[in-house]
Write a protein of this length. Structure first.
Length: 589
C-alpha cells in the first residue's frame, strides 16, 4: 500500500513524500513532512512496481476507465533532476549514485550474550544506542533492523550465538543469510557478518558445536559469498589476567616497571591467543574465513582499526558500492576513508584530470564542487550544520589551492616521510592563542570568496591540472587532519564546529607538508609532457602517491605530537561555536 500525501504550507504545495508499507518490510522513500494540512490518496498496488530500483518506482493502478500512474523517486533525485535542468554546468557526484544503490552498510553480528557486541558496535560505528542481545535470552529477532539516530549509514542485525541446546539457531542464521543474498537490491543484501567469540581466559572451550557447523557451512559454500569475519573479543581482559598472574609471581615481576609489566602481559596474551584461538581456528577454516582479535578498550584502538580494514577489504571484493558505504559508516579508521575516497575518485572525476571528458565545457567551480562533495561524503562527519559543505569552506579550500603559486619549490621531498609533516605547526597555533577558548583566525589570503580562477572554464592546461590535483590533495589531507584533531580531543561524537575546521585548515597551511606537497604538484605538472600528463593513470597515480605520503596512522609520531599539542591546552567545553573569522586584509586574487 502506498499513501500519497500532498502538503500545503503557506499557500504553496510541497512535492509529496511516500512511505511503502507491506506485511514483510517497510521501505522509506524520503522522510514525511509534519502531519499538518495533509491530503491523502491511498493506492493499493499489490506491492508491484515496474522498475528495478525501489527508490525510483513507477506504480500503476486502474479502476474502471481511470488509470493512475505514480512515479516515485527520492527527494534527492527530484532535486538533482530539477537542478540539472536549471543548471547545465551541474556535475552529479559519484557518491549520490552509490548511495542510491546502497544507502547503508548492513551487517549481522553473531555472538552469545556478554561477548561484547554492543560495545564493539558502539565504538566502531560511533553510535551510542546500538543495543544488541537486549531482549530476554532466546528472544533476539534476527530480522529486526536496528538503526541509529547518530549514524544513518549503518543497519544492524543481531543474532545470539550458537550455544549448547540452541543448535537450531544455526539454521535460523543460515536461512537469514541466504534470504538476504537472494535480494535483488544491494541495499537489502547483507554486506558482512561478524561472528564473535570471547577469548577464553580459564581454559573454556572456544568453539561450540553450533559454531563449528556454521563455519563448515561457510567453507562448503552453503552461505554464499557474503563476507564472514571471526572476531575474537575482549583481548584487554586476557591482558589483565596475565598482568594479575605476573603480579602474583615475585620472580617474574622483580625489577619490572608498570609499563614493562603491561608490555610483558600483552606479549603473553598475544601468544595465548595465537595458540588457543587463531591456530585451531585457521586449521578449521583452511584460510576461508578471516579473523581479527579485538578490544574496545581505548588502549587497544588499533585492533578496531584492523577489524574495519579487514571488513572493508572483504566487502569490497563482494560488492564495491557497499564497501564505500562501509567506509562512511565506520568511525575509527581514516585510512579506510582515504581508500574509499580514492575508489570513488577513480570511478570518474580523479582520472584524466588534464583532459577530462566529464569536465569539458564546465566551469572550474562546478568541477571543484563535485570533487568536494564526493570527498566530504565518504568521510561522513557528524556535521548537522554542514560546515564542510558550506560555500565558505569551499571558498577557503580554493584559496588554499591558490596559495601554492606564491611558494618556492624549496626542499620538496624533505617532509614527505609521514604524517608528521602535517602537525608540526599545531602546537604553535595553540600556544599563540590568547587563551584556550580564544578564536582562531583564518590565515591571510584565505577568504570566504571563491578564488577568481575557479570561475574560469575548464581547459586542458598545466595550470588546470595543477589546481585540480592540488584541490583534491589539500582537501583530503585537511579532512584527515580534522579527523585526528577530533580523535585526540575525544569529540568525535559531537557536532563538528567551525573552530575545529579552522584549526585543521590553519594547521595544514602552516605545516611543512603544505609547501612540500604543493611543490611536488608543481614539479609534476610542469615537468611531464602533454601526452603523458593527459594519460588518466599517470595523474591519478600521482595524486594517490602524494596523499599516501602524508597519511597518519594511529600509532604514529604525528598523532602523538597532536596529543601533546592539544590535550589539556585546547578548550573543548565551549558550547557556542565561533563564526568563520578572517583577517581584514584578505586577498581574493
Amino acid at each position: 500500500m502506498f499513501v500519497i500525501r500532498t502538503l500545503h504550507a503557506n499557500g504553496g504545495q510541497i512535492v509529496p513524500k511516500l512511505t511503502r508499507q507491506s506485511s514483510s518490510t517497510r521501505e522509506y522513500c524520503g522522510a514525511l513532512y509534519p502531519w499538518h494540512m495533509i491530503n491523502e490518496v491511498i493506492v493499493n498496488v499489490g506491492d508491484r512496481y515496474t522498475t528495478h530500483n525501489p527508490l525510483s518506482l513507477e506504480l500503476q493502478c486502474r479502476q474502471g476507465k481511470i488509470e493512475l500512474v505514480v512515479g516515485l523517486s527520492t527527494s534527492d533525485e527530484v532535486n538533482v533532476a530539477s537542478k540539472a535542468t536549471e543548471n547545465p554546468d551541474l556535475l552529479l557526484p559519484v557518491t549520490d549514485e552509490i548511495l542510491r544503490i546502497c544507502p547503508w552498510f548492513r551487517i549481522l553480528v553473531i555472538g552469545k550474550t556478554g561477548v561484547g557486541k554492543s560495545t564493539l558496535i558502539n565504538e566502531t560505528f560511533g553510535v551510542t544506542n546500538a543495543t544488541v542481545s537486549h531482549n530476554a535470552r532466546g528472544d533476539a529477532d534476527i530480522d529486526e533492523e536496528i538503526f541509529s539516530s547518530t549514524n544513518d549509514k549503518f543497519v544492524l542485525h543481531d543474532s545470539r550465538g550458537f550455544e549448547p541446546g540452541e543448535e537450531h539457531n544455526v539454521e535460523i542464521v543460515q536461512d537469514f543469510i541466504n534470504q538476504r543474498s537472494r535480494q535483488r537490491d544491494v541495499k537489502d543484501k547483507l554486506h558482512a557478518v561478524w561472528l564473535c567469540f570471547e577469548i577464553p581466559t580459564s581454559g573454556s572451550r572456544l568453539f561450540e558445536s553450533g559454531s563449528e557447523r556454521f563455519l563448515k557451512m561457510k567453507i562448503n559454500g552453503e552461505l554464499g559469498d557474503v563476507p564472514i569475519i571471526a572476531v575474537f573479543t575482549k583481548f584487554d581482559e586476557l591482558v589483565s589476567s596475565e598482568k594479575y598472574d605476573i603480579a602474583k609471581d615475585p620472580s617474574t615481576r622483580e625489577g619490572l616497571s608498570g609499563d614493562a609489566i603491561t608490555e610483558l602481559a600483552t606479549e603473553k596474551a598475544a601468544a595465548r591467543v595465537q595458540e588457543e584461538c587463531i591456530k585451531p581456528f585457521e586449521e578449521w577454516v583452511k584460510g576461508k574465513v578471516p579473523h581479527v582479535t579485538v578490544s574496545a578498550d581505548p588502549n587497544y584502538r588499533d585492533t578496531l582499526l584492523k577489524l574495519i580494514e579487514v571488513t572493508y577489504t572483504n566487502v569490497y571484493k563482494y560488492i564495491q558500492e557497499a564497501s564505500i558505504v562501509t567506509a562512511m559508516a565506520q568511525k575509527v579508521n581514516p585510512d579506510v576513508n582515504i581508500d574509499a575516497s580514492i575508489q570513488v575518485g577513480k570511478r570518474k572525476y580523479w582520472t584524466g584530470l588534464a583532459s577530462s571528458m566529464s569536465f569539458s565545457g564546465k566551469s572550474l567551480k562546478a568541477c571543484l564542487a563535485v570533487i568536494h562533495t564526493d570527498i566530504i561524503a565518504v568521510w561522513h562527519f557528524q556535521d548537522p550544520n554542514m560546515h564542510l559543505g558550506s560555500d565558505e569552506f569551499r571558498a577557503m579550500i580554493s584559496n588554499v589551492v591558490d596559495a601554492t603559486f606564491d611558494n618556492k619549490p624549496g626542499h620538496a621531498h624533505k617532509y614527505l616521510v609521514s604524517g608528521l609533516g602535517l602537525v608540526g605547526a599545531i602546537g604553535g597555533i595553540i600556544s599563540a592563542l590568547a587563551g584556550p577558548a580564544a578564536p582562531i583566525v583564518v590565515p591571510i589570503g584565505i577568504g570566504i570568496v571563491l578564488a577568481v580562477w575557479a570561475h574560469q572554464v575548464y581547459k586542458e592546461s598545466a595550470d588546470t591540472l595543477r589546481r585540480l590535483m592540488t584541490y583534491i590533495i589539500d582537501l583530503t589531507l585537511i579532512i584527515q587532519l580534522l579527523f585526528w584533531i577530533q580523535f585526540v580531543l575525544n569529540v568525535q561524537d559531537r557536532p563538528l564546529s567551525r573552530r575545529l575546521v579552522t584549526l585543521a585548515v590553519k594547521g595544514y597551511l602552516s605545516s611543512p607538508g603544505f609547501n612540500s606537497i604543493h611543490s611536488q604538484i608543481r614539479e609534476f605538472a610542469d615537468s611531464v609532457n602533454l601526452l603523458d600528463r593527459m594519460g588518466p593513470d599517470m595523474t591519478f597515480n600521482k595524486v594517490v602517491e602524494l596523499i599516501n605520503s602524508l597519511r597518519m596512522s594511529s600509532d604514529s609520531e604525528a598523532v602523538r605530537e597532536l596529543e601533546r599539542s592539544l590535550v589539556g591546552k585546547f578548550d573543548t567545553t565551549v558550547v557556542e561555536d565561533e563564526q568563520w573569522i578572517f583577517p581584514d586584509n584578505v586577498s581574493y586574487s
